[in-house]
Write a protein that binds this ligand. Structure first.
Ligand SMILES: N[C@H](CCC[C@H](N)C(=O)O)C(=O)O
Length: 283
């Protein structure tokens, strides 16, 4: 089948975007994997499928499939690219677009400077809802919230955990450039304490308003940036007393601005969204 696609990136996290607003589009996990393959396909961290509104109070639906072919609940960098895509394709004139995802409705807003701000909803910290199996672990309280001592690769690491609709585990490190991303990332991503696997963030606190972050993503490996990962790392850093409500996150692919005013508030993420090229592929 011939498939038209748009290649996009948000802070270096890259996507194949498919327009399923005019006709339904269901590919097999193998076809998604092929699309995402950097040699046999187009190449991407995730595939984004833009669909029609499933309800009158939203404008579109948006599905996310990781490079490994697995469908997931949320994607922050993808939400910004989604908003730019629907505007550029003439699918919407709105600057604030309501879109439903598997983890609820989010609302990207296009800014005059070309960046996009997204209300990513409220974070979730209860282990069972992440999901994270905390059985037998005593949370090590620090500040007013906890890190969990998780055994991995023969050591115990203090993990902070949260959900932004998708699961995240965050480990504080002194220097992200020397962090054990490829040693601990894969082992934590598929650790038994995360029944649906997990995105693994390595967080370096530069100041109370500036951090550096690398993320080994569930179903994709290390990416140049992870939007939900930046949200999770900042809210966990705030809860642990390390960070103020407005933080600049330096990732390997670019900068994201994250704001969270605390419990009961949504997380606001601002960052770039860029169209790289359009194409067609026989899949
Ligand atoms: N790998 C993630 C999905 C993509 C999230 C990331 N690319 C972002 O920008 O939030 C997961 O399995 O939950």
């Amino acid at each position: 089948m011939k498939l038209r696609f748009t290649k996009m990136q948000g802070a270096g996290n890259d996507f194949v975007v498919l327009d399923a607003t005019r006709q339904p589009l269901t590919l097999t996990p193998e076809q998604y994997r092929r699309l995402a393959d950097r040699r046999f396909g187009v190449g991407a961290d995730q595939i984004l499928i833009v669909g029609p509104a499933p309800a009158p109070d939203v404008d579109f639906s948006y599905r996310i499939v990781n490079a490994d072919g697995g469908e997931v609940e949320q994607c922050g960098n993808g939400a910004r690219c989604f908003a730019k895509f629907v505007r550029d394709q003439g699918l919407s004139e709105k600057s604030a677009i309501r879109v439903s995802t598997h983890s609820g409705v989010i609302e990207p807003r296009l800014q005059p400077d070309g960046r996009v701000t997204v209300n990513m909803g409220a974070p979730v910290f209860e282990p069972a809802r992440i999901p994270f199996d905390a059985a037998g672990l005593a949370a090590q309280p620090q500040g007013d919230h906890a890190q969990w001592p998780v055994e991995v690769a023969g050591q115990t690491v203090p993990l902070a955990v949260a959900s932004m609709g998708n699961p995240h585990a965050v480990l504080r490190v002194d220097d992200v450039d020397r962090a054990p991303v490829h040693e601990l990332g894969p082992k934590l991503e598929s650790h038994t304490r995360f029944p649906r696997r997990v995105n693994v963030g390595f967080l370096q606190v530069v100041s109370r308003s500036q951090v550096r972050l690398r993320v080994y993503e569930r179903g994709a490996g290390e990416t140049l940036a992870c939007g939900t990962g930046a949200c999770a790392a900042v809210v966990l850093g705030i809860r642990l007393g390390w960070l103020d409500p407005w933080v600049e996150v330096e990732t390997r692919g670019g900068r994201l601005g994250i704001e969270w005013q605390g419990a009961g508030h949504p997380v606001w993420m601002t960052g770039p969204a860029v169209t790289v090229f359009e194409g067609e592929i026989e899949i």
